[in-house]
Ligand binder design. Sequence first.
Ligand code: GLP
Length: 243
Amino acid sequence: MPIKVLITKNYDELSEKAAKIIADAIRNKPNLVLGLATGGTPVGCYRELVRMHKEKKLDFSRVVTFNLDEYIGLPPTHPQSYRYFMNENLFNHVNIRMENTHIPDGMTDDPQKTCEEFEKAIETAGGIDLQLLGIGANGHIAFNEPGSPFNSRTRVVEISEQTRKDNARFFQSIDEVPRQAISMGIGTIMEARKIVLLASGARKADAVAKSVKGPITEEVPASILQKHPNCTFILDEAAASKL
Ligand code: GLP
């Protein structure tokens, strides 16, 4: 199925559209299994979900979540860990049960086991109903960098220099950006029943265009989404400018 593309005026509208899709999915299925993403892009969507919880009683009490990835070596108390990010941006402000939130443990001393257990937990939950994604400037999804096998599963990955540079803005210096992460695999992501990818800003325009209409190649990880039966890209005008 070709990727469905929704172009919004700006970041606020993009965030509202994404939040509405998630809220509708929760209302349709209160025990939704929701895949979540980090990075700057989904922050507005999470802010909107928090608002909907407070003002419209959007109920997270039975929602189960799985995050895409976590940096190796950052504890949950580290402000740049993805666990900290999720708690700050969403979990602490809605009525989700913390035991229903799953993020790979970046401090594990047995990464192999952690990855296997993460995959098993997704399976036990019944699979991911709706997966939210961002995209890297090089077309990466989660931390599946160019060259990642399309059939990959949750595993330890090396973070590319470009991605470390891109993410350095969140840290004091690039030296603090971890070199490895635990990431859901592309095969894992593709099993989600519905996928919504968010991209904002001209910096993402190339990766978006290549993913939507370029050849399907492991050099552009998000290009595999062209094969997903239910995938929507929500873009602002700048991110859509090369389509
Ligand atoms: C990070 C994350 C990805 C995210 C991407 C884009 O490296 N691992 O899941 O989609 O970068 O981030 P941003 O939204 O900040 O541009």
